[in-house]
Design a protein around this ligand. Structure first.
Ligand SMILES: Nc1ncnc2c1ncn2[C@@H]1O[C@H](COP(=O)(O)OP(=O)(O)OP(=O)(O)O)[C@@H](O)[C@H]1O
Length: 263
């Protein structure tokens, strides 16, 4: 981590400075090295190759702002979202996120299949750090948003359809109170009606002064929701600013890239 520690000011929800993330390349590279070191004691080991998924990324997100991260496949968006959600640590840099963070990085994968819908919702709320009263208060709204009656909420999640899992994922994320909400590519397979409902909910969060970080390859949706954004290109900041400029430049680059592939 860098020694620089900027202070989170009154209006910032997120401050990121010089964030970098590198991965060791090759499956089980460290295990292989260990085994080699056992049989080739004293011999020089080949240097470890590292892949830099993010390099020196800095940005601020204000409280109550809807912010996006754009970029081609493999540009580092999910890595950035995982760092913001404290799921993975940065290799270098400094990050401060104000308040409670609700990460929605995939649909249904955080549910325990043998627990019921309600038990999973309680588990999620507990992991977020909510107390029993806050969880109980949110529960009717969760069932309502998920469009599930009591019987469904008492059914193990392994019997849920993909649509039910998606509805419960968003219901738990959107109905528990938090300061920062992170959505990574989670509306891709939603139907138009559900997508519109989720977009309305994200707008409500922003109106309430909460911060929304929304990642999607659907640029119209991104433009609809977000006011500022960051374009990542091979792990580095290409552009940071107002959504129209960032999305416009990114769309033009994407079109050029697609034309180049086609010819
Ligand atoms: N655990 C890991 N080990 C090694 N490399 C990784 C690991 N996780 C991600 N990467 C690499 O880091 C780069 C950035 O990946 P990331 O998933 O953050 O990109 P992305 O912009 O979210 O891509 P997409 O739009 O396809 O979801 C990719 O090249 C990926 O292969």
């Amino acid at each position: 981590m860098s020694s620089e520690t900027p202070v989170l000011d009154e209006v910032s929800a997120v401050r990121a400075r010089g964030l970098s993330k590198s991965y060791e390349l090759g499956e089980l590279a460290s295990l292989k090295r260990t085994l080699r070191s056992i049989t080739r004691l004293g011999r020089a080991q080949p240097p470890v190759e590292r892949f830099h998924a993010l390099r020196d990324v800095s940005f601020d997100i204000a409280r109550g702002e809807a912010f996006t991260i754009l970029g081609h496949n493999g540009s580092g968006k999910t890595t950035m979202m995982s760092i913001l959600a404290a799921i993975t640590p940065p290799s270098d840099g400094w990050l401060d996120v104000r308040g409670r963070v609700v990460p929605v990085l995939s649909v249904g994968s955080s549910f325990h299949p043998d627990l019921t819908g309600e038990e999973n919702a309680v588990l999620f709320g507990t992991i977020l750090g909510l107390d029993g009263d806050e969880i109980a208060e949110a529960m009717p709204g969760i069932a309502e948003f998920a469009e599930m009656d009591a019987d469904h909420m008492e059914t193990p999640v392994k019997r849920f359809s993909e649509g039910m899992k998606a509805r419960l994922t968003f219901a738990t994320a959107l109905r528990f109170p938090a300061d920062v909400y992170i959505f990574d590519e989670v509306l891709t397979f939603a139907d138009d009606h559900f997508k519109a409902t989720c977009v309305d909910e994200m707008r409500r969060l922003v109106r309430e002064g909460r911060t929304v970080i929304f990642v999607s390859h659907e640029l119209d949706l991104v433009r609809d929701i977000c006011t500022r954004g960051l374009w990542l290109d091979r792990g580095e900041v290409r552009l940071l600013g107002e959504i129209e400029e960032v999305a416009g430049e990114y769309a033009a680059a994407r079109a050029r890239h697609e034309r180049a592939i086609a010819t």
